[in-house]
Design a protein around this ligand. Structure first.
Ligand SMILES: [Zn+2]
Length: 241
């Protein structure tokens, strides 16, 4: 059924969340028992206001990055990459910040990372990039959270923190993609974090079919054309994609 929806579609949007990465061994930040239930998330305004908070944010960033580096893209990532690199028009919107989709072979310009990317950092004022390695060196050498070489602004990993506004350009690009596809496939997202969770509705109202693959029920299951509550890896293996 998933395979036939995909084969009948001409323009597909995949929308992925934490569920696809948990099958690569990456912890889900928001789930009960997840990282944010053990460790209070850092609010954006506290990062801006306080040096000790920035140092803690960086400490966590390097820890998460080491987890991401050890993880490997799984069959779900690989199947999405095969469809995306095939003849159909396809875009990927992801809530994940782990870079596993890129590592599975999908070009950067076909991925909209609505919560940012934890493998990159940049100045919050002038957007000059700084690698995580360079950021780590700054902390070690200067004993201070990294600051921009160009303008002296604060450097932060390019992830959207709690309390930080969503990037408008990415939301606009996501809505555009959702409105122009004829199949919207949700994979591993429980569709509770707004405004991203509205995207399946946008797609459906514009005429797309909607498939939801997630271990748990989502608020949009009742309106979807296909709902599967199983392991993502198994679904893709079974669908032969
Ligand atoms: Zn700067």
């Amino acid at each position: 059924m998933l395979a036939s929806l995909i084969s009948e579609a001409e323009k597909i949007v995949f929308f992925t969340g934490a569920g696809i990465s948990t099958e690569s061994g990456i912890a889900d930040f928001r789930s009960p028992g997840g990282i944010w239930s053990q460790m209070k998330p850092i609010q954006f305004q506290d990062f801006m206001a306080d040096e000790a908070t920035r140092r803690e944010d960086w400490r966590r960033r390097f820890y998460f990055q080491s987890q991401f580096d050890q993880a490997q893209p799984n069959e779900g990532h690989a199947a999405i990459a095969r469809v995306m690199n095939g003849p159909k028009g396809a875009m990927l919107i992801t809530q994940n910040i782990d870079g596993l989709h890129q590592r599975s072979g999908i070009a950067d310009d076909r991925i909209i990372e609505i919560h940012g990317n934890g493998t990159r950092a940049a100045c919050l004022d002038c957007e000059t990039p700084m690698s995580l390695q360079e950021s780590a060196r700054h902390i070690e050498v200067r004993d201070q959270a990294p600051r921009c070489e160009e303008c002296g602004g604060l450097v932060k990993a390019q992830v959207i923190s709690f309390g930080q506004p969503m990037p408008q350009d990415k939301m606009i690009a996501s809505v555009k993609a959702a409105m122009s596809c004829d199949l919207f496939v949700v994979i591993g997202s429980s569709l509770v974090v707004r405004p991203a969770s509205d995207l399946p509705l946008v797609a459906q109202q514009a005429g797309a079919r909607l498939a939801i693959i997630n271990r748990e029920a989502t608020p949009h299951d009742s309106i979807a054309d296909l709902v599967i509550h199983e392991s993502i890896t198994h679904i893709f293996l079974r669908a032969g994609l």
